[in-house]
Design a protein around this ligand. Structure first.
Ligand code: UDP
Length: 237
């Protein structure tokens, strides 16, 4: 099947890159990178947001008796580490057209975010990585992904899950009779309080009319498949 979209924002969680004992699994990093290279070579414009959960999450603040704000900034820094790891992996694999923008500026290794420049880079065939979340505490990388997706005028936010093929009315791991949704409206997402993304991200996607495709990235070439509409998934629009 042909590509379903011209430009996407791919959101993957930090967990998706995690090894069993290490913060990174080389194979997983390489696999996602290869799929992104393949899609870019096929003509898809790909922006990426990677979470930070393989390294640190703000909700771990209590474990070190930190304030949530400090812990959140640590989480945002974790997303920058992941962005650099992904950039380095793409380059190691021979793909050099990569640009990393960060909401938290670290001038030596990232560029300050500018939506016009990001759109231009995407048009030029660059893979564009958006690091640092929103740059604000008390937000999530899902919200960051919605904002960037809207600002780059992505045709869709491809929301990668690990081991769940889309959205259900309850947890399919604990409820074998859970109902799967192949299509949902933004209001369903907000009213039914489905566990897809936080409510800030859900509200933003509705306000920006950003189509969301929730899919399972675990499976051979699933990111490539979803871009071609060849995978069962939940479409929210
Ligand atoms: N975070 C934040 N503001 C943002 C994005 C992220 O404060 O705009 C922090 C927050 O503490 C979060 C952590 O960064 O727990 C890692 O991001 P997230 O949990 O969204 O990563 P994921 O679960 O997708 O790997």
């Amino acid at each position: 099947m042909a590509l379903q979209f011209k430009r996407v924002l791919l959101k993957i969680s930090g967990e998706a890159l995690k090894g069993s004992d290490e913060i990174y699994d080389k194979e997983k990093l390489g696999d996602v990178a290869q799929q992104v290279i393949d899609l870019t070579n096929q003509g898809l414009q790909v922006g990426i947001v990677i979470g930070g959960g393989n390294i640190w999450r703000g909700k771990l603040a209590g474990t070190l008796e930190l304030h949530r704000i400090e812990a959140d900034y640590m989480g945002m820094l974790a997303t920058i580490m992941n962005a650099l790891a992904f950039e380095a992996t793409l380059k190691k694999m021979g793909f050099s057209k990569v640009k990393v923008y960060s909401s938290l500026e670290i001038k030596t290794v990232t560029s300050a975010y500018n939506y016009r420049n990001a759109r231009e880079k995407l048009d030029e065939g660059y893979v564009v990585i958006f690091a640092g979340g929103t740059g604000f505490s008390y937000f999530t990388t899902d919200t960051g992904a919605c904002i960037r997706g809207i600002e780059i005028q992505a045709d869709a936010l491809l929301m990668a899950k690990n081991g769940t093929k889309g959205v259900y009315d309850c947890d399919p791991n604990t409820h074998p009779d859970a109902k799967f949704f192949s299509e949902l409206s933004y209001d369903d997402l907000l009213v039914k309080k489905l566990q897809v993304m936080d409510s800030t991200a859900a509200t933003l996607s509705r306000d920006g009319q950003l189509e969301i495709v929730v899919f399972d990235m675990n499976g051979k070439n699933n990111i490539v498949k979803i871009a071609h509409g060849e995978l069962e998934a939940t479409y929210i629009k």
